[in-house]
Design a protein around this ligand. Sequence first.
Ligand code: AMP
Length: 470
Amino acid sequence: MNHNLYAVLSAGFPEDLTRPCLLLPDGGQVSYGQIEQAVSQVAGYLGALGVEPGARVALQAEKSVQGLVVYLGVLKAGAVFLPLNPAYTPAELEYFLDDAQPAVFITDPQRFVTEAGGAQPMLQAVAREADDLAALIYTSGTTGRSKGAMLSHGGLAANAHSLQQLWGFGADDVLLHALPIFHVHGLFISLHCALLTGSAMFWLNRFSEVEVIAALPRCTLMMGVPTFYTRLLAHQAFTREVAGGLRVFISGSAPLLDSTFREFQERIGQRILERYGMSESVVISSNPLQGERLAGSVGYPLPGVELRIADDAEVGVIEIRGPSVFKGYWRNPAKTAEDFTADGYFRTGDVGRCDADGRVWISGRAKDLIISGGFNVYPREVEMVLDELPGVIESAVIGVPHPDFGEGVVAIVEGHGDEAALIAECRRQLASFKTPKRVVFVTALPRNTLGKVQKNHLRHSYQGLFSDVP
Ligand code: AMP
């Protein structure tokens, strides 16, 4: 059997290839047949350029239909896809290109696909084993140097099959696709579910509330990062009439605020389905499609995923093992060895717990854990208290150097209000060692493109906050 991911995905394409794969905002569409033909030509062209199976092909460009075709063509040719965030600067880019050594680097997918139009199409996907590499995903790199996570054809296929079943994808679904395609969320999680069932995607090259609201009546489900949902809720035109026809809204890549979950339920009458994942293993756990979805929990581990808390602690680092876990960091055996246990579990670096029911709750990244006066403070616990207080849109709790406590708890708050009042309210609800010593108000928290708050930036900006404390 050929484990090439493209062969696996295309086995799910509809028999009638005139059916739409992509619906476009201008009213146009791209059929499965058109996708298949363009992909075969890109694969053929890569072969003609001398790209060998296992060679890396990098793409750095704004999202486009041609970018999608390049991704699938690279898979079909048996090469390894390396997506790069178009926001990377030349210096950052140099690091990735130097590390990954791609055979081809594409910056203009439109031109590449046009050039490939003259090539002999590749009819059969290049034979690949389940363990062969399909993609190299550089982690978002919020600390240290970004590392290339090696994802295999078999691992990605296993995750896609699980999600397709878990979220009940069928041929008549229409998925709203407004996520970038340089990251696992838009590239693998969303795309693969749709392609595997031969269903359509409403394709937006970027997220815009207005365009999403216009597209939703034609969609049956949506995947997004939490900021998509907060931005939609901030728009008056996001109503039950517009969104009521969708069967599920899925959120991931960053924690969904309880307030967003509740407001969404009140406005739209549905509970957002939150799931948890990371570049190194795609989706790890998910709330159920049928059954209760709880605000703040990321649900149950996916079938086949073994999940445990390190050292059998009640709260600790989440460790996982399963078919979709990556094969290690590219050319970095030392880091790979460090991040896997002797019995083959990957240390995710996320801190969390499992309740008696088996649901997973995440309290933050291990590196964000604050140790103040010798006590562990889990930022999420403090953030959950703050986020409920008047004037707080969202908070980010960090630890910064403190001459007396080692680290002092600081809350950076998007919103406005009175510092002393917020501190007093936290003290009422939390142990005093968890209570922020300072609250700083900002108009917007720093976020990356996926909407994740960049705590490393905050720690850097506020590192001197307690330097004049005697
Ligand atoms: P990335 O590799 O860029 O996708 O980042 C993965 C990280 O995002 C995880 O290790 C988590 O820290 C965080 N993350 C993803 N999904 C969730 C979620 N639903 N709740 C909380 N954190 C999440």
